[in-house]
Structure formats: structure tokens, C-alpha cells
Design a protein around this ligand. Structure first.
Ligand code: C5P
Length: 405
């Protein structure tokens, strides 16, 4: 095996898309990777073991207690050997078991035992995909277990339905599983400051002015930047436990203080937080009592953190903002990009309930100060985060190139 070749454990579940794995194995073999196929019990209804064995030039496994196992139990043997575990197609049943930590057969047991990177390419009926439990389980796999989803696509499904559920193309799967490794050090040596969540502006000891931001987008960016080797500082209103530095704040002024202090020795700032533009002029020390007349709360402007940073940023520092819009998405975002003197703005339409606040998905437009525009269709926030971090790495490279000239 050459240095770049990987040991790939390919888990195939019982779905019609299983037949596509014949070609995928071929492609992986052509690229010098070593593929070992693990079938779920029911997947045997869809693919032929002998064909898979010949194509992969390896034994095909499905039995927990296979006598072919060497010194270790089969699931440990395969879990330890893998550089990458890819499950494709992944059924709703598999996704549920993996999210719940169930080890009822060889493939699910490997998942629990392995320290390798795990990629999951689901394929199923559109209603099964959209079902609350499937979506919750997918969220667990991504946010709690750190698996990378290769989301299903929109199309005509074998069950006769049309919609999201079609397995991603083999080309897409290859790109994701092989590309990810080359992303590993893209941000190494860079300190990236990221804000997440909605600020809370205190009214009295129990009440505050808040907003709908869940913090998911900012936290996803921080996770990906960390995976890509960056030193990450996350300033967040949504508590989370992470292997990088997390600073919890509540109000905009607190966020401003931390961001200003950390920015000086940072290489980039990504402001994904929804910062309240206003705060109560006076914070009542006591809980405001119910009375018969109306209560008026006077509000005063909060500092615009991004605008302040845009003014002081140095040439080697990159500043990225977000722009949540309910109308004139591109026009308004462009105006903010210029006004706040930042390098890139990520605009999203908050009127679409399927994306944005609290959702695991988003659809955004990336606008850069040099006039660049890229539209990312609806996809998991983690995928969007990867795109943004790749873009950030590209922007660092451009700075380096410009300096050379
Ligand atoms: O002007 P608008 O609030 O729409 O700009 C959104 C961008 O500005 C976001 O990146 C947000 O984090 C940032 N912002 C800020 N301080 C504020 C308001 C917004 O840094 N007071």
C-alpha cells in the first residue's frame, strides 16, 4: 500500500442504492485504497457477496462471530484496522441504531469500537428521511458523534416517491471522504475567533431581550475550524463542551469586550452571533412588578462589534460577518459588507422556515469584498461550515500570494 492509500471499511445497509457500491469499490481500488466490505444482515438481499469479494479483493464480512477473524474479535479487528469507515447506503434503521449506540450486528458494533473518521451517506424514502426521529438521529451523529454526513439528494426515488432521499453520487462520496483528509491542516497555525448564539440583554433579574439564534451555525464553524487545525476561540451565548477554548458570554457588551481583547492576536474573526442591536437603557435591580398600567422599556443602541473590528483590522486579518435578512437579501448584505469594511458576508433568508434559526440546515449566499458571489443550496449547517472554513483557508492563501508579489 502506498503512503496515501487508506484502509476503508465500507458498511453497506439494506437499500436499493447498495448496488452502486460495486462502482464505488472499483473507484476506490483504482485510487489504491484498500476496501473491506461489511454487510448488514439484510443488505445481502441487495448485493452479491462474491461480487463484492472479487471487486474489493478482500473477504466480505457480516457475521459478528466469523471464524475468519484473527487474534481479536471481528468488530474490533475491523474497527482498529480502519482509517475511514464509510456507511453507504445508510438506512433509517442504521442511523437510529448508530445514534442510540446499539450494537446488534457487526457493522453497528464496528461503529462503536472505531476511532476512525466516520462518513454516512443515507438513502431512503423521502418521508422516512424527513421524519422527526431520523432528523434527530442525524443531528446526534453529526453534532454529538462528529460523523460527517453526505446528505441524500433530491430526485426520483426507487419507492416511487420524488424528493430528498436519493443517495449522493459516487463522485460526491469520493470527494467528501478523500478530500476531508487533505483539509486536515488547512487552518493550522491560524488563530480563529468565532462568535455564536443570540445575545441576551437584561431587563431585570429574570427577564431579558433575546432572539431566535440557536448558536448551531457558529458552533459548527468552530468545530470545523478546529478539525482543520486552527487554534479556535469560541465566544458563545450557547454553552457547549468542546476541546478548544470556549468563552461564555450573555450580553452584547460582554461579547464586545471579549472579542476586542481576543482579536488583536487572532488571524480571523467570524461573527456568526446574532447580536442584539439594542439593550434596555436601565437594568432594574429588582424584578419589575405587575401593575395595572403599561410598562415602557427604553432601549439604547448596542455597539456594532463587527463594524468596530472592521475599522481596526489589519491587512493580514480576515473578518467575516453574517447577514440575516427577511427581504432584499443580496442588496442588504452587500451594503453591510461595504459599511462594516469586512472581507466576506454570509447572507441567509430568515423567512424560510426550513433553514436558518434553530434548523440544522441552512442555505446561504457568500459575498466577498472583491465582488465574488457563491450560492450554497439548502444543506446541513456542518457542510456550510466546511465550505466557509475552506473559503477562509483560500483567503489566507491569497493574502500570502499578494504579499509575495
Ligand atoms: O447589521 P446586522 O446586525 O444585520 O449585521 C449582522 C452582522 O453584524 C453579524 O455578523 C453580527 O454578528 C454582527 N453584529 C455585531 N454587532 C451588532 C449587530 C450585529 O457584531 N450590534
Amino acid at each position: 500500500m502506498s503512503n496515501n492509500s487508506k484502509n476503508i471499511v465500507l458498511g453497506i445497509c439494506a437499500g436499493i442504492a447498495a448496488y452502486r457500491m460495486y462502482d464505488l469499490i472499483n473507484e476506490l481500488k483504482k485510487l489504491n485504497h484498500n476496501v473491506t466490505v461489511v454487510l448488514t444482515h439484510d443488505a445481502k438481499n441487495f448485493v452479491n457477496e462474491l461480487t463484492l469479494k472479487v471487486l474489493s479483493s478482500n473477504n466480505v464480512y457480516s457475521d459478528m462471530f466469523d471464524p475468519k477473524a484473527q487474534s481479536k474479535p471481528m468488530h474490533i479487528e475491523l474497527a482498529d484496522k480502519a482509517d475511514i469507515v464509510l456507511v453507504a447506503p445508510a438506512t433509517a434503521d442504521f442511523v437510529a441504531k448508530a445514534a442510540g449506540g446499539i450494537c446488534d450486528e457487526l457493522l453497528t458494533s464496528i461503529l462503536i469500537a472505531t476511532k476512525a473518521k466516520v462518513y454516512v451517506a443515507p438513502a431512503m424514502n423521502v418521508n422516512m428521511w424527513n421524519h422527526f426521529t431520523t432528523q434527530k438521529n442525524v443531528e446526534t451523529l453529526v453534532t454529538k458523534l462528529g460523523y460527517t454526513m453526505i446528505p441524500p439528494e433530491d430526485g426520483d426515488l426507487a419507492c416511487g416517491y420524488s424528493g430528498i432521499g436519493h443517495i449522493a453520487s459516487n463522485e460526491k462520496i469520493l470527494n467528501v471522504i478523500l478530500h476531508k483528509d487533505s483539509e486536515a491542516g488547512l487552518l493550522s497555525g491560524k488563530k480563529v475567533l468565532i462568535t455564536a448564539g443570540g445575545t441576551r440583554e437584561q431587563i431585570d433579574p429574570v427577564r431579558y431581550i433575546g432572539n431566535k439564534s440557536s448558536g448551531k451555525m457558529g458552533i459548527a464553524i468552530a468545530d470545523v475550524a478546529y478539525d482543520m487545525g486552527a487554534e479556535v476561540v469560541l465566544v458563545t451565548t450557547t454553552p457547549c463542551d468542546r476541546p478548544y477554548q470556549v468563552i461564555e458570554v450573555e450580553a452584547a457588551q460582554e461579547m464586545q469586550e471579549v472579542v476586542e481583547a481576543e482579536f488583536d492576536n487572532s488571524d480571523a474573526l467570524i461573527m456568526a452571533a446574532a447580536v442584539s442591536d439594542f439593550r434596555p437603557m436601565v437594568v432594574s435591580k429588582q424584578k419589575i412588578k405587575k401593575k395595572n398600567e403599561d410598562v415602557t422599556i427604553e432601549l439604547t443602541r448596542n455597539p456594532d462589534i463587527l463594524e468596530i473590528i472592521g475599522r481596526i483590522k489589519k491587512d493580514h486579518q480576515i473578518v467575516i460577518g453574517f447577514s440575516a435578512e427577511s427581504e432584499n437579501l443580496e442588496k442588504n448584505a452587500k451594503e453591510k459588507l461595504v459599511k462594516k469594511k469586512i472581507d466576506m458576508i454570509i447572507a441567509n433568508d430568515i423567512t424560510n422556515k426550513d433553514i436558518g434559526f434553530s434548523s440544522d440546515n441552512n442555505s446561504v449566499i457568500l459575498l466577498t469584498k472583491d465582488g465574488g458571489k457563491e450560492t450554497l443550496p439548502r444543506q446541513p449547517k456542518v457542510q456550510i461550515a466546511r465550505y466557509i472554513c475552506n473559503k477562509l483557508a483560500e483567503m489566507f492563501n491569497n493574502i500570502k500570494e499578494t504579499r509575495k508579489v
